[in-house]
Design a protein around this ligand. Sequence first.
Ligand SMILES: [Zn+2]
Length: 406
Amino acid sequence: MRITTLFGKLLGLQGLWVRSVRFGDGELRINVKKRAKLLTCPHCGKRKRGRMSSSVRSWRHLGLWGSKTRLEATIHRMRCPSCSKVVTEQVPWARHDSDFTRPFEDAVGLMAQKTDHTAIAALFGISWVTVGSIARRLVKELLDPGRFDGLRRISVDEISFRKHHRYLTVVTDHDRRRVIWVGEGKSSETLGACFEELGPERCALIEIITMDMSAAFKKAAREYLPNAQVAFDHFHIAQMANAALDEVRRSEVRGLKADEPAKAKAIKGMLAPTRYRLDNLPEKHQAAISQLRPTQPLGRAYLLKENLLDVLSCHTNPIVGLKQWMAWASRSRLEPFVKLSRTIRDHFQGIRCFLEHRVTNGIAEGMNSKIRMLSHRAFGFHSAEPLIATIYLCCGKLLLPELQLL
Ligand SMILES: [Zn+2]
């Protein structure tokens, strides 16, 4: 077998043949030629004869036996009659404007769905920024345009990045359990831009939208979704209950600091134990929790938090339970919980909608924490685009071509 035939088989790429192979400067360079005679426009796919200038270009490919591997080929420029401009022809082995072959980018994408950019950059010998631009190219090609069709139940959430200075709005399809839209910002206009993209017909089909109690999202939902009920989900109410508990703990610490520093220190250390649900409490925290008494503010606050979460996850008469909880909280003499009970009363309809329909589920919450983890990892991103691409890639159910690295 000729060496060029052998390399052609090893590459396994369609639409090319290998002209020569050489090894130099620690790199394996495979010179290839496109099989098709016609030139293809990268924007509209139009094929035509008539080439203009040509140049030699190279693309990084998956390494062979630990050696950096590049494909190189002569490519041409063409005047596309449909786009009315001069463009560089599309080659079958690489995406437009990319210095990498498709299998290389697909491999990076598959890894990006599983792990962080730093690990991928080290594994493939590319920069962090390059991982981001590969993710963007994959999303551009693979994001399903049908993801907006047939939406019934959606959720909207804001996440922060760049150390909480900037925000993204993330819209998720509850039924198909995937992220369908991500935009920068957290205003009603940001969410409005998503609904503009959906168009009035698809907006009218939406029955339920779950969200936190943000006035901005509520405003956009009122404006664009004529038939949707707003539901405030379990996840955000639980967050508020934990925040109220924390506030009680901190004010206790503040009050005791001067006179009883030892006691203040003990209460300060209750942050981790009180975060756990009672039925999920690790053994190391059991002693601390068993010392809490309902007569003490922190003990009462913990009971209030636990009881609220029980009510929210209870399937029999949660509305009655919630009303009883509000009455208890408003008499608790704990200002953060009095305030929380007032907030719940003000948003009662949305919470009732959530309790009746139970739209959120473990998977939605799992996705939520996955997005938060991605944004946490993204502190190095200078703009929102790479993070948006990463969210689509990891939570948008994008189907990457199968790849086997044996
Ligand atoms: Zn064209």
